[in-house]
Design a binder for this molecule. Sequence first.
Ligand SMILES: [Ca+2]
Ligand SMILES: [Ca+2]
Length: 303
Amino acid sequence: MSAGCRTCAAVVLCLVVGGLCGCGGEGRFGARGSQIAFSSNRTGEFQIYTMEEDGSNQRMLTGDPAFWNGGPAWSPDGSKLAFERSQGADADIWVMEPDGTNLQQLTSDAGSPDPGIDRGPAWSPDGAQIAFQSNLAGSDDIYVMNADGSDRRRVTAWDNSDDGGPTWSPDGSQIAFASTRGGGHHIYTMNADGTRQRRLARGDGSDSQPAWSPDGSRIAFTRWSAVTGTDVCIIGVDGRGLQQLANSPQPEHDPVWSPDGTKIAFVADYDGNHDIYVMDADGSNARRLTWTAANEFGPAWRP
Ligand SMILES: [Ca+2]
Ligand SMILES: [Ca+2]
């Protein structure tokens, strides 16, 4: 296996088990809809950063080299960032303010009963709940908890398949996610209480990382094929209108919508490492926002 293929395999594995989605006002930390949070290992371990949507003003929010930090997700009012933080084999959901202060751990291993690897936080549109994936029951499943970490409940329980990468519909009634049930990796939708689970995108690709569009009509996601590796695609919530937006032979993944639905931020590796890019929602006009030799992942647009 070539180094490139190993990278692809690592990315695909990361996409399958990792859930990255996520998604005010003229406030203390920038204008509404103009900031993007992401993770980068430019200083060593992965930390959470924010930048303006033109790539300027990149600031590190977390800085403890003992922890891996990723998967940032903005609260709907833009006042908080949920993210996944791990040390060793464990990972939990944390939340902080957009300047990196007031860190709080929402899921915990302390004293058990939570030995789970908890990842991929996604806020409900009303800000009251956070969906995430956890292997608490063995395989990865989607869980929903109150935004303060209380009242966790499991909403997927399909054999031993892995379910991850939750993203809420804008009206809060549904959650899309990626699942390995039935073989392969595909996008499913369900009611937010776990009922009416059904497969969305057909085709032979390995699909992951769904991101619901702000107008509710489409879902962006990552599809892996043997020809072009991981690509950014979108599909209607009725399962029609599949489009490939970024499908070069290089890896493209981690799609997320701008709050106004006109742009999609994503991650691509066009020069040997991963960086954040933004394109128009029709796939045109891609421009690069980060220029490091390190890796950037998991963009999340501030509401
Ligand atoms: Ca590609
Ligand atoms: Ca980079």
